[in-house]
Design a protein around this ligand. Sequence first.
Ligand code: ZN
Length: 503
Amino acid sequence: MTETTTTLMAYDEALVRFEPVLGIETHVELGTASKMFCGCPTVFGGAPNTQVCPVCLGLPGALPVANAQAIESTIRIGLALNCSIAEWCRFARKNYFYPDMPKNFQISQYDEPLCFDGYLDVEVDGKVHRVGIERVHLEEDTGKSTHMGGATGRIHGADYSIVDYNRAGIPLVEIVTKPIEGTDSLAPEVAKAYATELRELMRALGVSDVRMEEGSMRCDVNVSLMPRGSSEWGTRTETKNVNSLRSVERSVRHEIERQAAVLAAGGRIVQETRHFHEDTGATTSGRSKEEAQDYRYFPEPDLVPIAPARSFVEELKATLPELPSVKRARLMAEWSVSALDMEAMYNADAVDLVEATVAAGAPAADARKWWMGELARRANESGTALAELAITPAQVARVTELVASGALNDKLARQVFEGVLAGEGSPDEVVAARGLQIVNDEGELSAIIDQVIADNADAADKVRNGKVAAVGALVGGVMKASRGKADAGRARELLLEKLGVTG
Ligand SMILES: [Zn+2]
């Protein structure tokens, strides 16, 4: 049931008529060395079906044993999300058939999650939105199906499908928000900010590599609309497995525009899962959404309950790292930057890079200037992430040092960055190879100035006759003749001196 056309309502109009309510379920693959209920390795990218055993293949008689590291990581995530930690809880069987799930049930948690009732504060345009966390629970990932022979890569139209069970049984944490209300027109941005903050939190905790493009963090985004003035929530759709931060934002925007058009035309929203398409920014219908009772949950009889001792939970709480929001507040003070500047750095994924550059000896203002200016521009041009540019924070720090010492000006520094990014070596090697030092030699500078005065007799006369402003053209000439390597301030001084103007 593929839709052939989708009618959208302009975003602004949709927001005048409806109020969006969001909900986000995020799956995070934990970075444990072994799987959730067996000892199989979890390394990404192995040859298909080489990281499997009777337990994760669901062979009869195989018994699961819970991974203690995964439970500890989940509790740490729950604590970082301000959740309560269950004193006693169980795993549950979620029963459904899917070819990439060999047991025909998934071991998950149902009404007894390990962590519950927390929150995460996220910031958009300098304003804090508190996103409630309903639950954080632990489950196992499924295998991966690949549908062969069709045009779309989906099962419809495929000739056959193949299954890789390497991923089956990898520990998966599911983080479910409470309904997110009151975001209004900022709903797409709040959704993105939440996913971003959650990713940063996972990184800070060191529990997952959170690579969205590899699927180790993926978001299911629920959107519903409620007519203005109503207090009754609309029917929601769930856009599955959105796998980039930008796509989280785009999928929310698209669903608001699509649902608003359906509702305004007197239609009704079908409760269903939807797929997000990166190329068009649109969602299309998936399958109708199951209700919890369809899964026939019951407590998993092969596993003992989890009952983390309070002393253990307190111990984990005491060893949580500095959380991203706390760290940003600290850096804002240390670097003397505004909340909006910090948000810009954060959105550009530049905070860690600036921090490392400062640690390598650069003043914070300079580190921020280069990463957010010249380097961000180059990353943008080449379509790479800032962190993936072929330059290290230490190299950026070295360039700021060369500028501070007077050996480079900003223009030359940009050429040094260009050389380093092109693989020409370290900043010092690029300076040497390209001959980029500022002309500090007074004799050399003096010779250039004499030549420029001779070549621009008119301008020189004007300056001699008191039109000091005309010296600008001569300074420009010196910079040009030195190919940008002269110190413009010193050149101006010498020019005025030579033309008999003081001050
Ligand atoms: Zn296994």
